[in-house]
Design a binder for this molecule. Structure first.
Ligand SMILES: Cc1cc2nc3c(=O)[nH]c(=O)nc-3n(C[C@H](O)[C@H](O)[C@H](O)COP(=O)(O)OP(=O)(O)OC[C@H]3O[C@@H](n4cnc5c(N)ncnc54)[C@H](O)[C@@H]3O)c2cc1C
Length: 398
């Protein structure tokens, strides 16, 4: 299992490229974009197009489909590096990279032919996944036996979808979606839902409200609204009624990618805290020469290293499941990394004293960003319950 403890030469070369991209394209623009009042104006196609030129939008597709064939471990490294520059950009690309990787595995040959060429050829084509709806969120993570409210009724040659999803990352910015919808009445969402491939231009599908997020603002989140939207049979992914098998089978590294994004924010906080501790003098010497501060910086370092190791192990095992993948790795690494990032962000604020509270020092944005993954990709407490259900079985719920 040595692969997860060292960076290969190829990974180092990719990360050097990403690091330059972060310095040239993201850092100079991130604060200004973040400050826009209108969430849609915080999104930058220029940055996504520049990422595309470097292959960062499509790198998880195999070379046969025009990608770089990046494995999950390399992808997590890239996602973390991007988030050191800005969490939102990391999330736009992480969602797209994750879903491209899943689509290549989960779509049938005819669907891949229809979708992947268009995806690779359009530098603005992002990808999204629609599961969460106002009444069903932690419910599907655990899962409780309630049905999705977004339903599909069978009609000739396809399905008529009605309902809505919310909080969807890239919801208003994507060319293709994986959408999870209730197709069978009288059973819960785990037994009666189906995964559909959805194209942006389908009649009856519109984008609703674009959410005004606290942080991660360079990524957009939106509602997906369905009013008698016809989706043809050819767009069923996997089998009807087996949407949750698609989730279970093809999403093992999703949680770890979320953890990698938030670890990038933790790194950015740590760098800022260390820099400030070196220049700020109190008590006659720089903060970094005071024991309390030095110990806190070392604790930050420990939390980042431990989170990253957990994430890398989950990614490597997701791709090499025969070596001991276990389902808790699909729930816990993000919970650990986001708790660590939140602690590190608040400590960074503390180390900056009053300066941290003033927007011009840049800590305030990092604190808002650091909160993002306490809830996104599953609320942490819900993920602990999910892991416990794997460990001890699911209790009976009525
Ligand atoms: C930035 C962001 C991006 C997102 N992107 C996407 C996306 O791309 N696609 C998508 O489908 N969704 C997305 N989501 C949705 C996300 O997965 C949900 O917000 C998350 O699952 C939490 O759901 P909720 O907000 O409805 O909270 P709830 O499920 O209502 O939970 C509220 C609180 O109750 C607790 N709770 C719930 N059930 C139990 C229980 N049984 N026992 C004890 N406590 C419980 C939770 O832990 C939490 O503390 C995103 C969310 C955010 C914030």
């Amino acid at each position: 299992m040595h692969e997860i403890f060292i960076q290969t030469e190829e990974q180092r070369a990719i990360l050097d490229t990403v690091s330059r991209f972060v310095d040239d394209e993201i850092r100079p623009r991130s604060a200004e974009l973040d400050a826009n009042q209108d969430p849609e104006e915080s999104f930058s196609w220029e940055i996504i197009e520049a990422a595309d030129k470097l292959g960062l939008r499509t790198m998880t597709l195999s070379e046969d489909y025009g990608g770089l064939g990046a494995d999950s471990l390399t992808t997590a490294m890239v996602v973390e590096e991007l988030a050191k520059g800005d969490l939102g950009i990391s999330v736009v690309l992480a969602q797209t990279l994750k879903l491209a990787q899943i689509m290549e595995k989960a779509l049938n040959d005819e669907q891949k032919e229809r979708v992947l060429d268009k995806f690779i050829g359009d530098p603005r084509c992002c990808l999204a996944i629609g599961i969460t709806e106002p009444d069903n969120a932690s419910n599907y993570f655990l899962p409780y036996p309630s049905p999705f409210r977004t339903t599909a009724e069978k009609s000739e040659g396809g399905w008529i979808v009605n309902g809505m999803k919310h909080f969807i990352s890239n919801g208003n910015r994507s060319g293709f979606y994986l959408l999870f919808v209730q197709t069978e009445k009288g059973v819960g969402l785990a037994e009666g839902s189906t995964c559909f491939l959805l194209e942006r231009d389908r009649d009856g599908f519109t984008i609703g409200h674009v959410h005004d997020k606290m942080g991660e603002r360079l990524a957009n989140n939106a509602e997906l609204v369905f009013q008698d939207c016809f989706i043809p049979d050819e767009n069923v992914v996997g089998e009807v009624g087996k949407g949750f098998s698609v989730l279970a089978k093809f999403f093992p590294q999703s949680n770890a990618y979320a953890g990698a994004s938030i670890t990038g924010v933790a790194e950015a906080c740590y760098a800022k805290a260390e820099e400030w501790a070196k220049i700020r003098v109190q008590g006659g010497k720089p903060l970094i020469e005071h024991d309390g501060i030095r110990a806190q910086l070392a604790e930050m370092r420990m939390l980042i290293d431990a989170s990253r190791s957990y994430i890398h192990r989950a990614c490597w095992l997701a791709d090499n499941q025969e070596h001991g993948w276990d389902e808790t790795l699909g729930a816990l690494p993000k919970a650990m990394a986001s708790q660590a990032a939140w602690k590190i962000a608040t400590w960074t604020l503390e180390i900056h004293g009053g300066h941290g509270y003033m927007k011009e020092f840049g800590v305030e944005k990092l604190v808002r960003d650091a909160a993002a993954f306490l809830h996104s990709d599953g609320v942490n407490r819900t993920l602990f319950l999910k892991a416990a259900n794997f460990m001890y079985g699911m209790p009976d719920y009525e």
